[in-house]
Design a binder for this molecule. Structure first.
Ligand SMILES: Cc1cc2nc3c(=O)[nH]c(=O)nc-3n(C[C@H](O)[C@H](O)[C@H](O)COP(=O)(O)O)c2cc1C
Length: 343
């Protein structure tokens, strides 16, 4: 129960949602909705925004929601409130993924402030990175960020790197041949400038004639060619993995992904998720077990790159549900609540 003294004002909670929607999501699908309560933020999955071809099991949808949960949690912390997070707190509302409840006022830590400040500066960077090694202590900071969210981030070493990149390219080719793939891509890529979701043409990055870095082929439906870019030949690649593969691990992977990306932004690094090889079971199985956790969730390419712009987000009116009522698109299932205290 939140006392009158400590409950954050509704404007604070609204601002936390404004931060949360800046989280990364698969194809910028923004598969989330929010409802504000007294001293709390409920985060819902919006399953109508799932990519049914690429993400039939909603794993990446839950990762995207997890990234938004982490961002809301962080924003609350930066606003001076410690919170607890309950996952699937209501069996009658299966799309209610997380309930963040402010439990007490607490001055923000320097880390929370730095990460919160990075939220608006974090963007996916699909451009070539400069040929400079990422220092070991920087990689260690990213690994620590992943571990704080209960996941592992392994550095793909030089001996494994080309094998992993080959898998990613192979998976990309297979996905592009999948029935329904192009139709789904059309839904999410390069809409009119007024569009507030999806991946705009200007965010795609250049074509890599060497095909060394597995940048996702968003551009194949564009009526014009992309510019050519000369990508780094030895990219720094990291593999985020979890101890299992339930919805709880998918949410943890999403929270960890955002914590890692914000830490990278804070440390001046650019980053690009690579998820094609995680979207096919054959390549995902090959990657699982190569890192410190048992189940591979996403690859990240990190380095030093040119600045990139923010992609659009839907306005708050589209994602904020009215107070009270339900927002469920799935049949109820037994609750298996889990709770942790935000650090
Ligand atoms: C689960 C997940 C998977 C993603 N996979 C890829 C990917 O394979 N390739 C890519 O370029 N971006 C990928 N992204 C990044 C999204 O495309 C990006 O977050 C979205 O377009 C919004 O842009 P922003 O990150 O610049 O805010 C992924 C993001 C998430 C959360």
């Amino acid at each position: 129960m939140v006392s009158t003294v400590t409950a954050p004002h509704r404007t604070v909670l609204t601002d936390c949602v404004r931060q949360a929607v800046q989280a990364p999501s698969l194809h910028n699908s923004q598969p989330w909705r929010f409802r504000l309560g007294r001293g709390r933020i409920d985060v819902y999955a919006d399953r109508g925004r799932r990519l049914t071809v690429l993400d039939p099991a909603a794993r990446e949808l839950m990762m995207s929601v997890g990234a938004a949960v982490f961002t809301a949690r962080l924003a609350l912390r930066a606003a001076g409130f410690a919170s607890v997070v309950d996952l699937f707190p209501d069996a009658a509302e299966p799309d209610l993924v997380a309930r963040l409840t402010a439990v007490r006022q607490a001055p923000p830590t320097a880390v929370a402030q730095a990460l919160a400040e990075a939220v608006g500066r974090r963007h996916t960077n699909r451009w070539p990175f400069i040929r400079a090694a990422v220092p070991a202590r920087t990689v260690a900071a990213l690994q620590d960020a992943a571990r704080r969210e209960g996941t592992e981030l392994g550095l793909v070493g030089p001996e494994a790197r080309h094998g992993v990149l080959d898998l990613a390219r192979w998976a990309d080719g297979r996905l592009r041949m999948m029935p329904g793939y192009r139709t789904e891509l059309t839904r999410w890529v390069a809409g009119p400038p007024s569009r507030r979701d999806g991946v705009p043409a200007w965010a795609m990055g250049p074509d890599d004639p060497r095909a060394g870095v597995p940048v996702r082929h968003f551009a194949e439906l564009l009526p014009f060619p992309l510019p050519v870019g000369h990508f780094e030949t030895e990219p720094t690649v990291l593999l985020l993995s979890t101890g299992g593969d339930t919805v709880f691990e998918h949410i943890a992977a999403g929270q960890a992904l955002q914590r890692v990306l914000l830490t990278a932004t804070w440390l001046g690094l650019a980053a690009m998720p690579i998820s094609q090889p995680l979207e096919l079971s054959t390549t995902r199985d090959k990657l699982s077990g190569t890192g410190p956790g048992s189940t591979a969730q996403i690859l990240l390419r990190v380095g030093y790159g040119r600045p990139v712009r923010a992609t659009p987000r839907r306005p708050l009116e589209d994602v904020l549900l009215p107070t009270g009522g339900r927002a469920t698109t799935e049949p109820p299932r037994p609750a298996r609540p889990r709770r942790w205290r935000a650090r």
